[in-house]
Ligand binder design. Structure first.
Ligand code: FES
Length: 118
């Protein structure tokens, strides 16, 4: 059963990319505000356990099979502060290695209160 956990007030997110950390049942999660939407992801890097969500938010370069590069300017990727692996905050996908994906959670807003659903 999914429970609703209060994590912050909407006023705690002043600028795009702001984040709030919350511990729920001994699991630390970061709630980000990106491009007008809230996203929650576990604050743990599967590589060696760094506090992933303390890293920089950035865009992402990708290359296709014909070596055409594109750059997604939406700053929705967090760079692990220890060794630089990148994770898409909106999906949990690691863009450096497909074998890792971090759990993400839905976020609900009711009035001026932000809730994480877990
Ligand atoms: S601990 Fe995150 S990339 Fe190494």
């Amino acid at each position: 059963m999914v429970a609703r956990h209060e994590v912050a007030k909407t006023t705690d997110f002043e600028a795009d990319g702001d984040r709030v950390f919350v511990e729920i049942n001994e699991l630390e999660v970061a709630v980000f505000w990106i491009d007008g939407e809230y996203h929650a992801i576990v604050n743990y890097c599967p590589h060696q356990g760094a506090p992933l969500c303390e890293g920089e938010l950035t865009g992402q370069s990708t290359v296709d099979e014909e070596w055409n590069w594109t750059y997604d300017e939406t700053e929705r990727h967090v760079r692990c502060p220890w060794h630089g692996w990148m994770f898409d905050v909106t999906s949990g996908e690691c863009t450096d290695t497909e074998q890792y994906r971090m759990p993400t959670y839905d976020v609900d807003v009711d009035g001026d209160t932000v809730y994480l659903l877990r």
